[in-house]
Design a binder for this molecule. Sequence first.
Ligand SMILES: [Zn+2]
Ligand SMILES: [Zn+2]
Length: 305
Amino acid sequence: MKIQFLGTGAGVPSKHRNTQSIVLNFMDEIKECFMIDCGEGTQHKMMYTNLKPAKITKIFISHLHGDHILGLIGFLSSRNFLLNKEKKDIYIFGPKGIKEYVTFNLKISSTVLNYNIHYKEFSKSNEILYDDKNINIESFKLIHGIESYAFKLNFKDKKGTLNVEKLKEIGIKPGKICREIKEKDFFEFNGKKYISSKFLGEDKKGKKIVIISDTLYFSKLKDFIKDVDVLVSECTYLYPDEKILAKNHMHMNIEDINNLTQGEKIDKIYLTHISSRYDKKEIEDIKKSLKNNINLVNDMEEYEL
Ligand SMILES: [Zn+2]
Ligand SMILES: [Zn+2]
């Protein structure tokens, strides 16, 4: 499970930071990659990584500001040419207007795709955007100049590993029945009924990942991040005394992040959507002042989750 930041800047691109895009690489877990936002230049950045556009099967758009969507049409168009014969559909989840934005732009540029796009537009908090046996994803409404959303990815708990010794005791050798034991609550062997859980180790807890896009700080955000393992958040302004500035621009600063994460047990925190007002030296100094579970990320950085 990996996360790669293709763009970590705010508003407009700068020499060191592209506009927003994050790829969650779940190839080892569910054979898919998810993209969160697609700022201008995203497809170009992707060329310098091991990521493949064909492997991106779901795109989540937090809001319709340009720094989050201006790369989408280019990405979708190029993806057309990069699919080797395989026709891989894509799902786009976004606030109302995303479908119109994509279809209009594809139409006016006479772009014909050889794969289908499935859209899901949403307009409120706690909407389950997607749900399958491995994962569900829900929305959470933020406070920004336009409708903006955070996403929570809940990986489902997985059954524990089989206790081979215990199975041996009742005469079961590894084989087909082992799959049944993992999948069903009860199983039968030699005419006797058994409770599956007695032959399994503890459930493996599924990871919870929250991505917070552009927003003002507000107290309900704290409820939304309860029990998460990984938090990715916008933090446009990096000094505590820039609180008013952040508020005026409907963004968060480092003090908001400290308030948000205070008292929460979060394994890993990644801060992105960084203003271009800080030079490299300032960024390095600020990084040193952060708690060790907080990463202030740069473009192209990849982390194991
Ligand atoms: Zn933004
Ligand atoms: Zn915005």
